[in-house]
Design a protein around this ligand. Structure first.
Ligand code: FCB
Length: 446
């Protein structure tokens, strides 16, 4: 079955951060530090999905998706990150999974979407190698409850972004500014992925995937220096996270670290455990130039002009998705498992009209263009097995707070009123025109 879905993440939609025994996460701490998040917004309430999940499942059923990618909050299941299990946290996801299945929607949970239990941050967070093994314990705990009903598991969401924003640049929780000192956080996340994949399979899980954020890297010019910088960026953003998983080795990291002494014997075998799918999140290409003199990093973001942009300022380049997918296939060949596009979407300043409708035509064009690009990649031989729109709902967009709206459904955060936008109706019509296999389990068209 081709997964046609929408995606969300726990901290961005659930709210209820202190309810039913949930422990604090690094994001609960981070949002309280002055200046970290625009306008001091927090995920305390977010979309109140923890209480309104039935309504949200009904919205998805109305949309006609056959899959839903959500994330499970580690601190709901293990408030201290390890040790005592909070059954009420598991109960929430148990009920959600049942409701999805009843609606003909396959649950595709991600086990870590950046909300590390604060208790583990106090032990060093992802800089501490032990956290990898604790993640596998957590994965086993969740699988013991849900594996009988979950067809596809995703271990981690975007370890690159978590490392870069959370540990290198201090823009996301836990707010560390370590620059290249953040690299151990990449390795320990990858190790966590490998250990969790094993734990999930041992617990009888179906398919297992990892979601990486990938970007086509465009050199700013054909000058030797720009080409070298683009290659260095490609290594950091893409290959650091794909090579070990798919090839069992790291790319040349010498531009960043003289000796990756955090890698121990056997780690790469663990990390390279076979995958059933690679999750790919695509938003835009990145144009890279050589750094100005004295730059700490071996590259500089040169920016992309000449394309429309989203409210975030991200360039809209639909064919970048085809370029990315075909490049992955060219690079990894037979080592590339089937691909799931686990996130794709755009932010816009969506304002409801007086009659209550939200006419987000640019989002419709964005999705239409990217779906066409995905089909072109498939026609060129890339094995894509799913597409998830980011996001079902407008939600808490990390350091941007509620300022960036990505939803197919508009959320009025003062009243929690949900209003399907034009793009929701468009995606619904798109799905209605295909055999999505919903409720039937049959093969589907793309
Ligand atoms: C991705 C994240 C997701 C969301 C989108 C816009 O990097 O995985 O949570 O914030 O960007």
């Amino acid at each position: 079955m081709f997964f046609w879905g929408t995606a969300t993440a726990a901290y961005q939609i659930e709210g209820a951060t202190a309810e039913d025994g949930r422990g604090p996460s690094v994001w609960d701490t981070f949002v309280r530090e002055p200046g970290r998040v625009k306008d001091g917004h927090t995920g305390d309430v977010a979309c109140d999905h923890y209480h309104r999940w039935r309504e949200d499942v009904a919205l998805m059923a109305g949309l006609g998706v056959n899959a839903y990618r959500f994330s499970i909050a580690w601190p709901r299941v293990l408030p201290q990150g390890a040790g005592e299990v909070n059954e009420r946290g598991l109960d929430f996801y148990d009920r959600l999974v049942d409701a999805l299945l009843e609606a003909g929607i396959s649950p595709v949970p991600t086990l870590f979407h950046w909300d590390l239990p604060q208790a583990l941050e106090e032990r060093g967070g992802w800089l501490n190698r032990d956290v990898a093994a604790l993640f596998a314990d957590y994965a086993a705990t969740v699988a013991a409850r849900l594996a009988d009903r979950v067809p596809m598991w995703i271990t981690l969401n975007e370890p690159f972004v978590h490392m870069a924003y959370g540990y290198a640049m201090g823009l996301h929780a836990p707010g560390r500014l370590l620059l290249t000192g953040a690299l151990p956080a990449a390795h320990h996340q990858l190790l966590a992925h490998g250990l969790a994949a094993g734990a999930l399979r041992a617990a009888g899980a179906g398919q297992v995937a990892l979601t990486n954020n990938c970007t086509p890297v465009w050199p700013a010019s054909q000058d030797e220096a720009d080409l070298r910088a683009a290659d260095a960026y490609d290594i950091l953003h893409n290959r650091l996270f794909n090579d070990p998983v798919l090839l069992g080795r790291y790319p040349d990291l010498s531009a960043y670290v003289p000796e990756p002494d955090f890698v121990r014997d056997g780690d790469l075998e663990t990390i390279a455990a076979p995958l059933d799918a690679l999750g790919v999140n695509y938003y835009n290409p990145t144009r890279i130039a050589a750094p100005a003199d004295g730059g700490v990093l071996p590259f500089e973001d040169a920016g992309i002009t000449g394309h429309p942009t989203t409210a975030f300022g991200w360039p809209v380049v639909p064919d970048g998705l085809r370029e990315l997918l075909t490049a992955l296939r060219a690079r990894y060949g037979a080592a590339l498992p089937p691909i799931l596009i686990t996130e794709n979407g755009c932010s816009q300043e969506d304002v409801p009209a007086p009659d209550g409708t939200v006419e987000d035509e640019a989002r419709v064009a964005f999705l239409d263009g990217h779906l066409a690009a995905m089909r072109r990649a498939m026609a060129e031989g890339v094995d894509v097995r799913g597409y998830f729109v980011w996001s079902l709902l407008d939600n808490f967009e990390w350091a941007e707070g509620y300022h960036q709206r990505f939803g197919l459904v508009h959320v009025d955060f003062a009243t929690q009123r949900r209003t399907p936008k034009r793009s929701y109706h468009w995606y619904k019509a798109f799905l209605a025109g295909r055999n999505t296999g919903r409720n039937t389990g049959q093969n589907t068209d793309t």
